[in-house]
Write a protein that binds this ligand. Structure first.
Ligand SMILES: NC(=O)c1ccc[n+]([C@@H]2O[C@H](COP(=O)([O-])OP(=O)(O)OC[C@H]3O[C@@H](n4cnc5c(N)ncnc54)[C@H](OP(=O)(O)O)[C@@H]3O)[C@@H](O)[C@H]2O)c1
Length: 240
């Protein structure tokens, strides 16, 4: 058995520890976007595969027998490529989305979130990572960004704080108060560490623009590391 673990999330890190503890031959794959990725107990590789064909070539060259997609729920490109490229067993380790709250306005994608901002100047916590902040250019607003790495450039009406999750309720409450935040824009990522800001927003009665998850083609999916480990051992029993 040789596993490719598509990572870049807390869940993928937990999965890597479980694979290591079980003595399973596995490689952890990073996209290569962050400057200091978390160290892993299993070998790592970094960078894109080169689309569907590149992934297929990689899987064959590495004699991969199983793929576990533990990427972020918004990493839809990687996940869709894995579904198409895999002619070997594939499963996803997928966190549940957060349940809708009454202080949310739900929008289908990031572009829609940028269009849903208020007309009046607003202090906005833009909790969407770094990739799409360029869509939020409305000069009326001030944007608070929380990023893993310092940005190379920052628009004049933005403040960046550098921090890696998981985050906690008390500190997120302080953050929202200190920066006089009036609105939060968030992806429906799921997970406890990322929901601290939403719990703090409810306490302060702040509105949230919540971005729905992108579509990912149908695949076998599990919610816990233990279920994925059972899936691996069942397919090993069947000689897959
Ligand atoms: N999107 C988010 O909000 C978010 C949040 C936290 C963490 N992350 C993590 O950041 C990474 C990139 O996310 P994304 O949203 O940019 O993905 P994406 O848009 O789905 O992926 C774009 C391309 O990046 C490469 N890629 C993505 N994840 C990879 C991985 N784990 N290993 C190797 N190549 C990968 C692939 O390139 P090729 O086509 O060349 O193979 C993929 O087609 C993922 O590992 C994800 O788990 C994403």
């Amino acid at each position: 058995m040789r596993v490719l673990l598509l990572g870049g999330t807390t869940e993928a890190n937990q999965m890597a520890h479980a694979l290591h503890a079980a003595g399973i031959d596995a490689i952890y794959s990073y996209a290569g976007r962050t400057r200091s990725p978390v160290a892993q107990p299993i070998p790592t590789r970094s960078g894109g595969f080169g689309g569907i064909d590149g992934l297929r070539t990689y899987l064959h060259a590495e004699q991969t027998t199983h793929v576990i997609d533990a990427t972020h729920p918004f990493a839809a490109g990687m996940s869709a490529n894995a579904v198409v490229a895999c002619d070997i067993p594939l499963c996803a380790l997928e966190r549940a989305p957060w349940a809708v709250q009454e202080n949310w306005t739900t929008v289908p994608d990031i572009e829609a979130a940028a269009h849903a901002l208020p007309d009046i100047p607003t202090n906005i916590f833009l909790a969407i990572g770094k990739q799409h902040i360029g869509l939020f250019t409305d000069a009326r607003h001030h944007y608070l960004l929380r990023l893993v790495d310092p940005p190379s450039a920052l628009q004049a009406n933005a403040t960046a704080i550098i921090a890696k999750g998981p985050f906690h309720y008390e500190s997120d409450l302080t953050l929202l108060r200190d920066h006089k935040i009036e609105l939060i824009v968030s992806k429906n990522s799921g997970s406890d560490g990322a929901r601290a800001k939403l719990d703090a927003a409810r306490t302060l009665d702040l509105p949230v623009i919540m971005i729905d998850r992108p579509h990912i083609p149908a695949r076998t999916a599990f919610a816990t590391v233990d279920e994925v480990m059972r899936w691996l051992s069942h397919s090993a029993d069947r000689g897959v």
